[in-house]
Design a binder for this molecule. Structure first.
Ligand SMILES: C[S@@+](CC[C@H](N)C(=O)[O-])C[C@H]1O[C@@H](n2cnc3c(N)ncnc32)[C@H](O)[C@@H]1O
Length: 400
């Protein structure tokens, strides 16, 4: 570890020295914002309720169009009722553990860092009922944000040490966000993970390529499969602003999170939920598409400049990953690329690299001595693209 990092490790990781952003410090939704969420939730409820009828009527393959593998256990085919109450939406992030991190208890459930704190029961309680009005007090009494996140401080400092300011991820201080206050932004495992992905996109040359796509064509379009609550889409839109159009494709049950998170934080501008027989708008900021509608709308969703998948292909079935790999090939421009971050870590995980490799002959494992320490981010394409493959660490020594 360089001496600078080591010194900062010694000085900054003591919980008492860390500044925090607590649940209480968030901006709350206005009544008007909440009211604007309701039609969106109703649309998602329709997409969920009508999925199987639509799939059967169009003769789609249920094995591809319905949740499979890990997600078959997580998402029932019927019976879900999406939450509409003010608290449930105002604290949306507390119920969105997409990377396995439960913001509510500031811990994971599969590998507890703070065992014996009753966190499992609280998570269960909140999952089965609504978020109570005194959630801020409950949280402040039970969880010390600085203590729980101190371990993250030095890792995060390394993540941003060489990253230009405009590429530093800043999450909305809404929806129950919490974390350390570092570099002027809220830092927790979700936001730090998102930063590592922006770093990977920088180091892999993908961000530079998007800038040149925008310079040539005025705008770029990305399609992300499995965006979770929408952290990466939010970060990318913050960088490229109105020059970027983002399509989020997900199971309706997860689309609930990204559609609310992104629509509210962008005040609904340019955000659309696609429904059967609808139309892809000419221009948009965020477009939310239920996975099973891809077949109907594929032609009008492309061409895309970048397709993204992080930490979700391995949790799907082989047939689903093959479907998406083929869909990416079909929708990407000839010089478009796929960015993915996936690996086989559990017995049920699908080897998505093998499936992508069968479709995309060019592959680069993203590496950077400056900006990331994960080694399973990749860029894939059907052509050799100099901007991507000529350089090995496009994040090196940048000042812009
Ligand atoms: C582990 S989460 C990862 C979320 C986000 N990419 C992240 O890393 O924070 C997996 C994501 O894949 C989505 N997913 C699962 N099956 C899917 C399918 N068949 N089609 C599209 N998305 C799917 C889930 O709904 C969820 O958003």
């Amino acid at each position: 570890m360089p001496i600078k990092n080591f010194l900062s490790y010694l000085t900054r990781t003591r919980a008492a020295d860390l500044r925090v952003h607590t649940l209480k410090a968030n901006y709350n939704l206005t009544a008007e914002q909440h009211a604007r969420c309701l039609p969106l939730v109703a649309g998602i409820q329709r997409l969920y309720d009508n999925a199987t009828a639509y799939i059967d009527q169009r003769g789609l393959d249920r094995a591809v169009a319905l949740a499979a593998n890990e997600w078959a256990d997580l998402v029932p085919v019927a019976e879900l009722k999406f939450r509409t109450s003010y608290n449930d939406i105002n604290y949306l992030r507390l119920g969105a553990p997409f990377i396995g991190y439960y913001l509510m208890i500031l811990d994971r459930l599969d590998r507890r860092r703070f065992p014996g704190d009753g966190g499992e029961d609280l998570v269960k309680e909140l999952a089965s009922g609504s978020i109570p009005d005194d959630i801020v007090e409950i949280h402040a009494k039970r969880f010390n944000v600085a203590e729980r996140l101190a371990h993250l401080a030095s890792e995060y400092e390394r993540f941003v040490e060489n990253v230009p300011n405009r590429y530093i991820v800043a999450a909305p201080r809404m929806f129950g966000e919490m974390g350390l206050e570092m570099s002027g932004v809220v830092v927790n495992p979700d936001t730090s993970m998102c930063q590592s992905r922006i770093n990977g996109l920088l180091a892999g040359g993908v961000i530079d390529k998007l800038w040149s796509d925008i310079a040539r064509r005025g705008r770029a379009r990305i399609l992300e499969v499995g965006p979770g609550y929408g952290a990466l889409a939010y970060a990318l839109k913050s960088i490229f602003k109105d020059k970027l159009e983002c399509i989020c494709v997900d199971l309706p049950s997860s689309l609930y999170y990204s559609a609310l998170y992104l629509s509210v934080s962008r005040d609904g501008d340019g955000c659309h939920l696609l429904e059967p027989d609808g139309k892809v708008p000419e221009r948009f900021d965020h477009l939310f598409v239920a996975n099973y509608l891809l077949d109907e709308f594929a032609e009008s969703l492309g061409p895309i400049d970048l397709a993204v998948n992080t930490m979700s292909f391995p949790e799907m079935s082989k047939a689903q990953v093959s479907f998406y790999a083929e869909m990416f090939r079909r929708l990407l421009r000839p010089d478009g690329v796929v960015f993915d971050e996936n690996g086989v870590f559990l017995p049920h995980h699908v080897d998505s690299d093998a499936i992508l490799a069968a479709v995309f002959p060019y592959h680069k494992r993203v590496a950077s001595i400056l900006a990331i320490d994960r080694n399973w981010q990749s860029v894939w394409s059907t052509r050799y693209i100099g901007e991507i493959f000529d350089r090995s660490d496009a994040a090196l020594n940048r000042s812009d």
